[in-house]
Write a protein that binds this ligand. Structure first.
Ligand SMILES: Cc1cc2nc3c(=O)[nH]c(=O)nc-3n(C[C@H](O)[C@H](O)[C@H](O)COP(=O)(O)OP(=O)(O)OC[C@H]3O[C@@H](n4cnc5c(N)ncnc54)[C@H](O)[C@@H]3O)c2cc1C
Length: 261
């Protein structure tokens, strides 16, 4: 592992001031530290952001749920506010990795990393989330750009993620039995004005499945998914699942999500 300077910020302002061209913000370190250890990434400075109080609140209203970026998956899973306002989000957090990962990994780190098989990006798209950074508010539809790529600029810090509270919602995933990352994950949300369906684990980046959204808008039932043809074109194919298998599992997960909404 290459050497680096380790700094701790106690405010967003300080974190931004400490950031230089070759820095990285350090949240749970669940992805960043292995990447450095494996020499996939190298930084001169790691800036610990977990001591920033402003990044650790959870606020719920009747319309939205705002979660600070440094909140761990375990805290989301056990939060009374999250369980009451968007129970499917608490369940999603509870299904991430293992207890060690859930107690270190953060929601902000997860979406900044934008792993193609991560769970939270699907929640952000389906629940029409807004990503609050130190500079701006980014709609989830514009945030996730590609494999491990987001709309964040260098040195831009995610402060919170604000989810729309749905009328009903559910997330189901077919997990990798070792890591629990999604081989296929489908998040369905019935919002006030629209139905959104987000799929993770299947392409290089999370995406909305417009075909299922349309079918469920016409008729919100499991059977309306039966006749949809999901093309496996461009889908991931690896030792865990072929592209065709993933296409099949999307429908299975979507039906399960509808039935548990
Ligand atoms: C064994 C294992 C199993 C896992 N299983 C799953 C799973 O089932 N599902 C799943 O979704 N995930 C899974 N993960 C990923 C994990 O849940 C973490 O969310 C993820 O690794 C990153 O979060 P972190 O807080 O550790 O971020 P870090 O590793 O600290 O940072 C990751 C990246 O995000 C940047 N960053 C962090 N916070 C911010 C911020 N506030 N603003 C801007 N940039 C920021 C960092 O600079 C870095 O580039 C797994 C990880 C491991 C190691």
């Amino acid at each position: 592992m290459k050497s680096f300077n380790y700094k701790t910020a106690t405010s967003t302002k300080e974190a931004i001031k400490l950031f230089s061209g070759r820095s990285a913000f350090l949240a749970g370190g669940m992805t960043l530290l292995p990447a450095i250890k494996l020499r996939l990434a190298a930084y001169s400075d790691l800036i610990n952001i977990k001591k920033i109080k402003g990044l650790s609140g959870i606020r719920a209203s009747s319309k939205s749920l705002k979660i600070g970026s440094a909140i761990t998956h375990a805290a989301v899973a056990s939060s009374k506010e999250v369980i009451k306002s968007i129970p499917s989000l608490a369940l999603l957090a509870d299904g991430i990795g293992d207890p060690q990962v859930r107690n270190r990994g953060t929601i902000g780190g997860s979406i900044a990393n934008n792993d193609p098989a991560a769970d939270y990006p699907a929640a952000c798209l389906a629940l029409n989330a807004t990503i609050h950074t130190n500079k701006r508010k980014i709609p989830a539809d514009k945030f996730f750009k590609g494999m491990f790529e987001t709309d964040l600029k260098k040195g831009e810090l995610i402060e919170a993620i604000e989810f729309e509270v749905p009328e009903k919602s559910s997330y189901t995933k077919f997990p990798n039995p070792a890591s629990r990352y999604a081989i296929v994950g489908v998040y369905i949300a019935k919002l006030k004005k629209e139905i959104r369906v987000a799929v993770t684990g299947v392409e290089s980046c999370v995406f909305r499945c417009k075909k299922i959204e349309k079918a469920l808008t016409d008729n919100f039932s499991e059977s309306s998914i039966d006749n949809i043809n999901i093309s496996s074109n461009g889908f991931n194919s690896d030792i865990h699942a072929s592209a065709e298998y993933r296409a099949h599992i999307i429908k299975v997960m979507a039906k399960k999500a509808v039935s548990t909404c």
